[in-house]
Design a protein around this ligand. Structure first.
Ligand code: MV4
Length: 481
């Protein structure tokens, strides 16, 4: 096993990786920006190195700064977390040539999975269902028109190098195709330095479901169930769960068997996620591969009992998957994760600032992954995730009940958070019944008789700043004399 590794990330995931390292007896090196001098990952790592100014382009995304820190501290490996450099094939390659193990898939596998149309072909060849669409990228308008006529409108144009909702265009009729194709191509070229675009049949109201993958460096691959990720707004996931309420045991087995073949065929190693869309007839269609550990990995950890970050470290150190997964895979109970973001409830804009009061929930079946502490700061430079609240129960009903209880006992003062939004979701009748798709959140407020996501008026109390009730600090200091 590694003696010491560097964590090229910040926030809750950096703390999460430190936890796994402590469990395995691995020493840790934190890197931090000038804005994160007092961050929790800096405090809990064995060593810490400042790698640059607050802006991530000059710190957490600076390949030279991160590699220098790795060399100075003499680490054997780098864990990239999610976001930042986690799916940067060039960074993974720089690590390898510097003699530092990159804890993730091989650079060329990251690069190939980043080309969405390539991943599509690989999946199709392994018998994984894909949406009707183009084989590879679109070369001419004539070709695009011919494929669209064949599969029928509406269709979606997607940037080959895109993902996560960037560089997509819906085309509803043939007359719009020339202009939209040109737009999609120039937008893709500007955003990703690659103008390649491919085509898929559009699903209007899909569910978003993803499968967790682990592969070792000896050719073994296992699939660890799926996560339901349909509760999102503007491509930001808000709530995830495992298992998905709409995936049957037969469907799970069928897709897992084909994914195992596909991921073996490409030499996939370490942790990864394969994303699917589900139509109204419960058919799953592959859309893309994420070559990293994901934010929502704890729901899979709860139902499988497997520490995925520990698994990443052990696999990267050369261990066999059968030793990492102790015994046959079993899925038990149900887990839900709520992402607690620092976000204005009216405008959905980030709400950075100082946390003036904090109470973390606990009790049976409750887990909190966070780097937040009282008087700590949520800086404006990075994503607005404050904490992940994860609950587990014997079934979905118990997981929902425990989540409601935990949300109720979760107090964060000084900043706005998504806690009230989660309370609204968990008391929604359709959510509780498992009846929802990716359009659920945009429709939520309409169903409540309000004006929905087009509501932009800021209520007077919101304009005055974050709520400071209940007055936790006053209660805490009441008995001081
Ligand atoms: C789609 C789609 C409908 N039809 N592809 C958005 C993110 C990217 N990973 C893929 N996305 C979509 N691809 C076809 N052929 C709808 C979406 C989509 C979506 C997917 C998952 C979760 C939320 C979403 C929100 C809007 C659109």
């Amino acid at each position: 096993m590694f003696r010491k590794i560097l964590i090229a990330n910040r926030g809750e995931i950096a703390v999460r990786v430190i936890c796994a390292c402590k469990d395995l007896g691995i020493k840790t090196v934190a890197v931090y920006s000038e804005a994160d001098r007092h961050a929790l990952h800096v405090r809990f790592a064995d060593e810490a190195i400042c790698i640059g100014p607050a802006k991530s382009a000059r710190s957490y995304l600076d390949v030279a700064a991160v590699i220098s820190a790795a060399e100075i501290t003499n680490v054997e490996a780098v864990h990239p977390g999610y976001g930042f450099l986690s799916e940067n094939a060039d960074f993974a390659e720089v690590c390898e040539v510097s003699g530092v193990k990159f804890i993730g898939p091989k650079p060329d596998v990251i690069r190939r999975m980043g080309l969405k149309q390539h991943a599509r072909t690989i999946m199709q060849d392994a018998g994984v269902p894909i949406l009707p669409g183009s084989i590879g990228v679109l070369n001419t308008l004539e070709e695009a028109a011919s494929i669209a006529a064949q599969i029928g409108y509406p269709i979606m144009l997607k940037a080959a190098a895109g993902g996560g909702g960037r560089g997509m265009r819906i085309v509803r009729s043939e007359k719009d195709l020339p202009a939209f194709l040109a737009q999609a191509q120039s937008e893709a070229a500007a955003a990703f330095s690659c103008g390649d675009v491919y085509m898929e049949k559009l699903l209007e109201t899909p569910r978003h479901i993803e499968f967790q993958v682990l592969g070792d460096e000896h050719g073994n691959v296992e699939i660890l169930g799926e996560r339901e990720c349909s509760i999102q707004r503007r491509h930001q996931k808000l709530l995830e769960e495992s298992p998905s309420p709409s995936v049957s045991a037969e469907l799970r087995t069928r897709i897992s068997d084909r994914l195992r073949t596909a991921m073996k065929s490409i030499g996939y190693t370490n942790a990864g996620t394969v994303e699917f869309l589900m139509d109204e007839h419960e058919n799953l269609y592959f859309i893309e591969v994420n070559a990293r550990i994901q934010v929502e990995h704890p729901v899979t950890e709860f139902v499988t009992g497997i520490d995925l970050v520990k698994a990443q470290l052990r696999i990267a150190a050369g261990e066999h998957l059968e030793d990492v997964l102790t015994g046959p895979l079993t899925l038990s109970g149900h887990a839900i994760e709520c992402r607690i973001n620092a976000e204005n409830p009216e405008t959905f804009a980030p709400s950075p600032g100082r946390i003036t009061g904090l109470n973390l929930p606990g009790g049976i079946g409750v887990r909190v992954d966070t780097a937040a502490y009282t008087d700590g700061i949520i800086p404006p430079y990075y994503d607005s995730l404050v904490a992940k609240l994860i609950t587990h129960g014997k079934d979905r009903t118990e997981a929902v009940q425990r989540m409601k209880r935990a949300l109720d006992m979760f107090v964060i003062e000084g900043i706005y958070t998504t806690i009230p939004l989660h309370e609204q979701i968990l008391s929604n009748e359709d959510f509780v019944a498992g009846r929802f798709d990716t359009t659920f959140l945009s429709k939520l407020n309409f169903k409540n008789g309000e004006s929905g996501e087009h509501q932009v008026d800021i209520k007077p109390e919101a304009a005055q700043g974050p709520p400071l009730s209940p007055p936790l600090r006053a209660v805490m200091s009441a008995g001081d004399d």
